[in-house]
Design a protein around this ligand. Sequence first.
Ligand SMILES: Cc1ncc(COP(=O)(O)O)c(C=O)c1O
Length: 475
Amino acid sequence: MPDPILDRERLAEALRLIAREAEDFLANVDEALVRPSGAPEFDGGMPKRGVGSLKALAELVAAADVGATRSTGPRFFHFVMGGVTPAALGADWLTSTLNQSAYNWVSSPLASRIEQVTLGWLKELFGIPAGWSAVMTSAATTANLVGLDSARRWWGLEHGVDVDERGLAGLPEVPVFGSGYLHASAVKALGVLGLGRTRPQTFARDDGAMDAAALERALRGLGGAPALVVATAGDVNTGGFDPIREIAALTRRHRAWLHVDGAFGLYAAVTPATRRLVDGIAEADSVAVDGHKWLNAPYDTGFAFVRDAGIHAGGFSASAAYLGTEVLARPVFGNLAPEMSRRARAIPVWATLRAYGLDGYRDMIERHLGLAQRVARQVDDAPDLERLADVPLNVVCFRYRPDGVDESELDELNRKLGAMVLEDGRVYFGTTEHRGKLCFRPAIVNWRTTEKDVDLIVEVVRELGSRLVIRAPGR
Ligand SMILES: Cc1ncc(COP(=O)(O)O)c(C=O)c1O
């Protein structure tokens, strides 16, 4: 098969093959082990003569069968990974079919308009003022990058310097403050932006949330010099929240930019049950949220929101004669984020919001909140489990702690148990460290997840844990 044009007649069959396989995969995903026991094989060097679409696709399907985690299924509680709703999946297929580049109106009126409309809906969903600038990104990591890039630009301008034109040379170090919840992706963004991964100074209360009094002392100590503050709405280990309104009042008073990382926690705004957790979000300067977490949009999708449209645009503008110019009513999304050529991520996001609406998302999130409380209760009722944090949202932080095991052995016991849980595959979540203790942190965000799925969390940990303790030498 030397030239793709010779494969044209097989296109319809290739699509049918994938549709059949996808249907089969998804029909089994509710019951399948989260990680199949096998490893995908991709042998051989760069093929000289291709095998054609049907054979290549069949090879991929076979590799996925043994090598793909069922992360789109209901028992993948690791990291914070959503599934893909039916509407989002259908729309994502369409996105690849249309293959639009969401740079601007000229590259695709569809992609341009749908991104504008969808970002407006998302602002409503999250309680972000309609006038803010916004853009879709590949993830919360890139959304953090966009927000912190705007923060950096603002900080430079406060010093009378356009840092996007001139760079940071000759300027003082940028003061950056965060809480114990500061996420690795925000730290990464600070590194990429040349501000330094080690810049952030953190002020944490015992639970990890921002110590606002310490932050105020630090801001006051700057004597009026501008600073950056990163607050987190939804800590990855516990689902905990920084007090956004209180922090916003401080950043306003002390000439600081407030960036809020709300990767999954911003979805607390969707239901009155948890909306108070993000109280004050409209007072921030920039906000990052993920789409492939609680929205259950496909990978990879994130959203960045910036209060000051001029600052936002200044950080990513690029011009070249062939790119042309745009009228103001049509944002050039490719000049509001790192990528210029971009997938039309708004298509599946629009579809899922259109399909399920505010009510559907509120119902799903409330269901997940209830499931998290159910797991928390089961942990509390189990004599050999210990919950390590409150459960304000959808993450349950706990560890295995059977009688007769010394505190000094618990980290190692839970580390081994975590590896066994991943290997077992009935449920899937890794370990983390919270307040110096090794523990689990299943996160519930998948639209498919039900009571029967979450009930396995405690059941599997206790079953595997008891095997581990019985097997341990000397016990
Ligand atoms: C608070 C927070 N911020 C940022 C991220 C990064 O998200 P992503 O990996 O989708 O870029 C995560 C991921 O779990 C997160 O929990």
